[in-house]
Structures are given as structure tokens and as C-alpha cells.
Ligand binder design. Structure first.
Ligand SMILES: [Zn+2]
Ligand SMILES: [Zn+2]
Ligand SMILES: [Zn+2]
Length: 305
């Protein structure tokens, strides 16, 4: 079990999951717990007791949250140890959107889950402990600070903040990376990370449950295009934290489905660290304007195709 405490100075919960210290750390490929279990007798059993699979979802063995106080799941994108969200077959990426949607629906229906966060940590730079392409889902028993801030932005702007920001980005145009019929990708006007990108539904859709089949397919297409562009930027697998923001699941239907990417790199080798100003004051200091990084990203996305 994990323990939750309330940090009064920050006005936010902190969760202690001490058993996580023992989790598997960067195993060799032949000891990967997210690979399929070979059919051969005596083969190592992984977390997935099948010789092949498409997408696998299971409870995190080292959960930050577990019933009856939330949930933590692992979503394995493929039975292949190599590759990434960007290189999955398009049909598989589309199927992943349906898996996300199903988990959002099922976890969100639970009394003890107030917010469902689908996310992916990619690269050792953001603390990844397993290289096999996968993401995670947390079901929080409370509404966490970041979605709370986004709801506060809706109030401040007198309507859906994402709808307002989206139309401003389209009107300006300088930070827009690409769009298809359902999604638009841009480096936000006030990005906190040098290569931060938001991939936003064109139409106001509170969650994956409100999307049509075509929208889910085009969301997958947009995600893949962006990740391939990221990898082309510095010709290396690009580390990032990816989060899917949707409506809270506590009965309010406010929110606008969008995916945020926070990459820690500011150059091919240099990381952006959260230091004095970011940690102590909560103010990000950047050395690249979003208009400049969007130029570089647009070019990389064009190159990656
Ligand atoms: Zn693997
Ligand atoms: Zn909206
Ligand atoms: Zn967001």
C-alpha cells in the first residue's frame, strides 16, 4: 500500500510508494518483463503469460495507487521489444486509442477514481526503468493539481481554455506544427519546455469517450507523426513525458482532450533542469522562444514524413 499525505505549504497531496524502490531496473533484453512468455518449456515467465500479443494491460506490480484508493496500470504497446509509439503499425496505434478509451471508461466509472491520467515516460532521461515500448495509467483518488489548474483556467477565461488557446494558436500560426482533420499540434505560446508540444482535438471533446472512430484514428496518426518528428530532430530517440489530459471522472464533464509532451532536452545533448527558479518560485526560465523551437520541429517533422 502507498501512503498519502497532504503538503500544506504547497496545498497538494504527496504519495509515498516505498515498495517501488525494489522495482525492476533496466533489465537485459532477455529478462524483459514486458516481452511475451515464450512457448518453449522452461522459458522465463514474464508479466504477460502469452507467446504473442497485440496490446497488453495489467495492474502495475509496484503501484503508486491501488484499489480501493485508485489504480495503476501498465499498457504494453506491442510484443516487440524494439520500436516506439512512433513506429507502431498505424492500425496498432489506432487500437491503442481504443484501449486508452476503454481504460478511461472502466477506471473512471469507479467510485475511488476521480481522475484518470494516461501517460508515457520515454528515455532514461525521464527515469524510465524498462525500454520495452509501454505507457501507464494512474487512477487518482483525488483531483490532482495540474488538472485542477486547467479547470481554473476555464473559469478565468470564461469557457473552455483549450478552445480559446487553440483558436489563438491557429490565428497566430507561427507555432503550429501540423494538423489533420481532427487534431492540431503546436508549441504553446508560453511553453515551459523548449520542445513542449500540445496535440489538441479540433472539436471540443471532453474525453476519448466523446470521439468518433475517425477522430481516434486521426489522433493516433497525429501522435505518431509527432513522435517520428521528435526522433528526427536530433537523429536519436527523443526522450519525453507524454500525458493525456481529459475530463475528470468525478461527474463533472469539463475538459478538452489534448496530449501534452514535455521533452527534457534543450539541445541534442543538454538537458533542461528544474532548478532554483523552477523549483523554488515555480517560474520556468527558457533560453529558446517557442517560435524558434517550432521552426526546428516543423522541419524535423517534414523530414520524418
Ligand atoms: Zn521487452
Ligand atoms: Zn474546448
Ligand atoms: Zn493539459
Amino acid at each position: 500500500m502507498s501512503e498519502q499525505r497532504f503538503n500544506e505549504l504547497r496545498g497538494e497531496p504527496v504519495v509515498y510508494a516505498v515498495h517501488r524502490q525494489n522495482r525492476t531496473f533496466l533489465p537485459a533484453e532477455n529478462r524483459c518483463p514486458l516481452c511475451p512468455t515464450p512457448a518453449t518449456a522452461g522459458a522465463m515467465e514474464t508479466e504477460i503469460p502469452f507467446p504473442a500479443f497485440e496490446i497488453a494491460v495489467f495492474d502495475n506490480l509496484f503501484p503508486a495507487f491501488s484499489a480501493p484508493e485508485g489504480a495503476a496500470e501498465v499498457v504494453v504497446y506491442s510484443d516487440s521489444h524494439q520500436g516506439s509509439l512512433g513506429t507502431l503499425a498505424p492500425e496498432r496505434a489506432e487500437a491503442l486509442m481504443w484501449v486508452w478509451r476503454h481504460r478511461y471508461q472502466e477506471l473512471g466509472a469507479r467510485e475511488d477514481v476521480r481522475y484518470v491520467l494516461i501517460f508515457e515516460n520515454r528515455g532514461v532521461e525521464v527515469g524510465v526503468t524498462l525500454h520495452h515500448p509501454h505507457g501507464q495509467i494512474y487512477g487518482y483518488p483525488f483531483l490532482p493539481p495540474v488538472p485542477r489548474l486547467e479547470l481554473a483556467a476555464d473559469e478565468r477565461l470564461g469557457g473552455c481554455a483549450l478552445c480559446t488557446l487553440l483558436s489563438q494558436e491557429l490565428k497566430d500560426g507561427r507555432r503550429v506544427l501540423f494538423e489533420n482533420e481532427s487534431v492540431i499540434a503546436y508549441v504553446p505560446f508560453a511553453a515551459r519546455w523548449p520542445y513542449e508540444v500540445h496535440l489538441v482535438m479540433h472539436q471540443h471533446r471532453p474525453s476519448l469517450l466523446d470521439c468518433s472512430d475517425a477522430e481516434l484514428r486521426l489522433l493516433a496518426e497525429g501522435l505518431q507523426r509527432l513522435v517520428r518528428g521528435y526522433d528526427a530532430l536530433f537523429a536519436r530517440p527523443f526522450p519525453y513525458v507524454m500525458v493525456v489530459h481529459q475530463a475528470p471522472t468525478d461527474g463533472q464533464r469539463q475538459g478538452h482532450l489534448h496530449v501534452e509532451f514535455y521533452p527534457p532536452l534543450r539541445t541534442a545533448e543538454k538537458l533542461k533542469y528544474l532548478a532554483g527558479s523552477e523549483q523554488g518560485a515555480g517560474t520556468f526560465i527558457g533560453d529558446t522562444l517557442p517560435e524558434e523551437s517550432s521552426l526546428a520541429l516543423r522541419e524535423a517533422i517534414a523530414r520524418a514524413g
